[in-house]
Design a protein around this ligand. Structure first.
Ligand code: NDP
Ligand code: GDR
Length: 371
């Protein structure tokens, strides 16, 4: 019998990579997606199976982490061996605008799932993965950060995730459930949401190189993040649920990089050197060398500026993870380095916008009905 897994947040970046991984491993995957007024399954459309096919191994259910009866019904119907709770309002800056919703979906949503497992008598059968985060470390207490570093969350998102972290530990201890926290540092990919900083940068670099945009506005260029690749990190999630004992693990690369340096690295992918001038809100990025004549860019052009609207009321300045426990106990190692991931992301965004340009040139661009 194939193992059955439920993935909440199946339409997100990690949900898509994890679905691919579990299908390769022979699982029957049940994804929970939200109802939206337009299709929201872009990231998993290549895996989609028609509901009329009899032996499907990817089944999507409508659901929401804020609706407990719906979650209970799905868990009862599926009787899963594993649940991966990836669904969340995952944007740190947006959580300052929607603190109550972040608490409900990211915090209480986790309890709703754990309760579904418990009430349905599945505590011994169903293993549970909680998408915990390096944002829990927040204000720097210790560097590098490991499973024993104290938490100090700095956003409504992180506070909600702190609750979710501890309720997962509590259900493990109180009901002997196999429930794990993966404390994952930032992980990115060409599927990363467009408003997270790496993807915002790689999209802008692609558009600037193709002459489709002339400027990129960013917030705190000094922030340091330990960036890995989502494909590596979903492998770590799966490994956490295959052990003899449930436990909590950090997944990280052990290398940290400033936002400013990721901007430089991304521009280098299109043959452009960037020089940063000025300080704080006055800082700008100016083109100092153009090595690739393919793109219409000129030395001396200012292409990056700071816009304080992207600053956060309380910021997490430095994240640097220590993945020793995952390496020794799970045999987990990241396979991507930042340079190769950055290159993959910039290339993917160039392809994306070149395809758009081609469609427009050939008259196939999709028009909206009001044009
Ligand atoms: P995304 O933002 O790409 O995906 C989030 C997913 O959650 C989407 O499928 C989204 O649906 C869904 N979702 C949001 N709100 C609800 C809700 N109320 N009910 C049901 N589904 C909901 O995040 P990632 O894939 O990057 O991250 C996955 C998880 O890991 C998140 O919990 C995130 O907080 C956490 N995390 C991420 C890290 C990272 O660097 N990527 C690092 C550490 C933790 P829709 O598509 O409809 O919006
Ligand atoms: P983060 O990711 O907050 O770490 O949360 P994000 O990419 O949004 O920010 C990283 C750092 O870059 C700085 N920054 C900007 N960020 C955004 N989004 N837009 C900007 O214009 C910009 N300019 C500078 C930020 O201030 C920050 O310091 C991500 C999410 O995936 C969470 O769900 C997850 O838990 C953590 O990573 C680990």
């Amino acid at each position: 019998m194939a193992k059955k897994a439920i993935i909440t947040g199946v339409t997100g970046q990690d949900g898509a990579y994890l679905t691919e991984l579990l299908l390769q491993k022979g699982y029957e995957v049940h994804g929970i997606k939200r109802r939206a007024s337009q299709f929201n399954t872009d990231r998993i459309d290549h895996l989609y199976q028609d509901p009329h096919v009899s032996d499907r191994n990817l089944i999507l259910h409508y659901g929401d982490l804020t609706d407990s009866t719906n979650l209970v019904r799905i868990v009862q119907e599926v009787q899963p061996d594993e649940i991966y709770n990836l669904a969340a309002m995952s944007h740190v800056k947006v959580s300052f605008d929607m603190p109550e919703y972040a608490a409900d979906a990211d915090g209480i949503g986790t309890t709703r799932l754990l309760e579904a497992i418990r009430l349905l008598g599945l505590s011994e059968k169903t293993r549970f993965y909680q998408a915990s985060t390096s944002e829990l470390y927040g204000l720097v207490q210790e560097v590098p950060q490991s499973e024993t570093t104290p938490f100090y969350p700095r956003s409504p998102y992180a506070v909600a995730k702190l609750y979710a972290y501890w309720i997962t530990v509590n259900y493990r201890e109180a009901y002997n459930m196999y429930a794990c926290n993966g404390i994952l540092f930032n992980h990115e990919s060409p599927l990363r949401g467009e408003t997270f900083v790496t993807r915002k940068i790689t999209r802008a670099v692609a558009k600037i190189a193709l002459g489709l945009q002339d400027h990129l506005y960013l917030g705190n260029l000094d922030a340091q993040r330990d960036w890995g690749h989502a494909k590596d990190y979903v492998e770590g999630m799966w490994r956490m649920l295959q052990q003899d004992q449930a436990d909590d693990y950090v997944l990280a690369t052990g290398i940290t990089t400033r936002v400013r340096d990721f901007v430089r690295m991304s521009f280098r992918e299109v043959g452009v050197e960037l020089e940063f001038r000025g300080e704080g809100a006055e800082e700008t990025g100016v083109i100092s060398e153009v090595r690739n004549p393919e793109f219409p860019l000129a030395v001396g052009t200012t292409v990056v500026s700071v816009d304080p609207r992207y600053f956060r009321p309380t910021e997490v300045e430095l994240l640097l993870g220590d993945p020793t426990k995952a390496r020794t106990k799970l045999g987990w190692e990241p396979t991507y380095d930042l340079a190769s991931m950055c290159s993959e992301m910039v290339r993917a965004d160039i392809d994306l916008f070149q395809r758009d340009q081609l469609l427009k040139r050939e008259g196939f661009a999709v028009r909206n009905q009001f044009e």
